[in-house]
Ligand binder design. Structure first.
Ligand code: SAH
Ligand code: SF4
Length: 405
């Protein structure tokens, strides 16, 4: 039986909550600053290492709070130095379904089966500790994080250097037909500390500074909205990891209501849409989410985001042979990109074991790009790095699970 606990993780608290936790222990306000510095500047791995706190307080905090640490199981590197990290999450207390807690807006992990795809964000918020179901524990879930060197200005400024691709959920409920992450369904949401922790661990393991972060690992970020926003607070804030908002990109399969919510929050983070089809017919064939939010509704939400943020969004478009890679498809893509003044990023499909989809040959890829260029759409094609290390999201975890099964 794994040893488990009902303790909240310190990394899931915001500065005001840390202050409050310290105040009830009779501590002055500045102690919260000290704790934050240890967590995000010095990046210690235990309360014991917070040496300018009184020893009794350190013990007290260790009693009261969990300390999130991601355990690195494997590192795969490829020739072009893309590195892929497989992490095991700490075992977590499982929570019963549909019980609400009034004070916390952290989404706790749940072991329940997949949430309905494209759920309204509100329904998955506010599951609190009062909902503990201590009978059900995870054995430790696996997630992937990928560090990609020097990509040519895909999402941010021309100086894109090291891009980190992080996961937001274990598995994914959205079941896009081409994607490895959804093949085994959804397991749970990551907590804010587990999401931000991937950046801390990747920098620790690589000894390198990450300059761009994309939410393009496993899971649908906007289906874990509250935790995503809190993780972005940690990653972006001066009291946290201090990565600039314009260097952070959220990618979504197209959850229209949450795209609007994202537009209404103040941070200037970037938005990428996994489009992959520029008509309902093509998109609906490979992305079930298109039934819930058809193209017109998605494009409306994109236009709303673009106007609120005064920012160009990016359409991600995987090229899959025989599905969406004809010149006529490129013309459709050019038309919708123009509607919302989106940039386009084409990605030749990365084969997934067990799935039948293929990447088109280079001549076909070039013909597709030429149609976009002819329509004057700003478009790039990403020749995948890390092809040789199963870098398409969800693949390494599946291999590992197959090995231990
Ligand atoms: N759920 C979010 C973010 C994670 S997926 C989303 O769908 O946007 C990140 C990107 O990887 C998406 O654009 C997704 O379509 C793409 N992707 C998934 N499987 C892939 C594969 N086998 N080859 C290339 N890209 C893939
Ligand atoms: Fe989920 Fe994104 Fe993969 Fe679709 S592409 S199954 S939304 S991770």
């Amino acid at each position: 039986m794994p040893v488990t606990t009902e303790k909240p993780a310190i990394q899931n608290l915001d500065p005001a909550e840390i202050e409050a936790a310290l105040a009830v222990r009779g501590q002055p306000k500045y102690r919260a600053q000290q704790v934050l510095r240890w967590l995000y500047e010095k990046r210690v791995t235990s309360f014991a290492a917070m040496t300018d706190l009184p020893a009794a307080l350190r013990n007290d905090l260790a009693e009261a709070f969990e300390f999130v640490r991601l355990e690195n199981l494997r590192v795969l590197g490829s020739e072009d130095t893309t590195r892929k990290y497989l992490f095991r999450l700490p075992p977590v207390v499982r929570l019963a379904k549909n019980i609400q807690h009034s004070t916390s807006n952290i989404q706790h992990p749940t072991s329940d089966a997949s949430p309905p795809p494209a759920n309204d964000a509100r329904s998955s918020l506010d599951v609190g500790r009062s909902a503990l179901d201590v009978g059900r524990f995870a054995a430790g879930d696996l997630i992937e994080t990928v560090l990609i060197p020097a990509s040519p200005a895909l999402y941010g400024e021309a100086s894109d250097r090291r891009t980190l691709c992080v996961s937001t959920q274990v598995g994914c409920a959205y079941g896009c037909k081409f994607c490895a992450s959804g093949l085994d369904g959804f397991s749970r949401n990551l907590s804010p500390g587990e999401i931000a922790g991937q950046l801390i661990e990747a920098e620790r393991l690589s000894g390198e500074r990450v300059s761009n972060l994309v939410f393009m690992g496993m899971g649908e970020p906007l289906a874990n909205f509250a935790n995503l926003m809190r993780a972005i607070d940690i990653i972006n804030s001066p009291w946290g990891l201090g990565l600039g908002a314009r260097h952070i990109t959220v990618s979504t399969s197209g959850l229209a209501p949450q795209i609007r919510q994202l537009a209404d929050q103040p941070r200037q983070i970037r938005l990428a849409i996994s489009l992959h089809g520029a008509t309902d017919e093509v998109r609906g064939q490979i992305m079930p989410v298109n039934r819930k939010y058809p193209l017109a509704e998605l494009l409306d939400a994109c236009a709303y985001h673009a106007s609120k943020k005064k920012q160009h969004i990016t359409f991600e478009y995987i090229l899959i042979e025989g599905i969406n890679d004809e010149p006529a498809h490129a013309a459709d893509l050019a038309r919708v990109a123009k509607l919302v003044r989106a940039k386009v990023n084409c990605i030749p499909y990365n084969a997934v074991e067990g799935l039948q989809w293929k990447r088109p040959g280079e001549a076909r890829q070039d013909a597709f790009m030429q149609v976009l260029a002819g329509a004057r759409i700003p478009a790039t094609i990403r020749r995948e790095k890390g092809h040789d290390i199963a870098a398409a999201c969800g693949q390494l975890r599946r291999q590992q699970n197959a090995n231990v099964a």
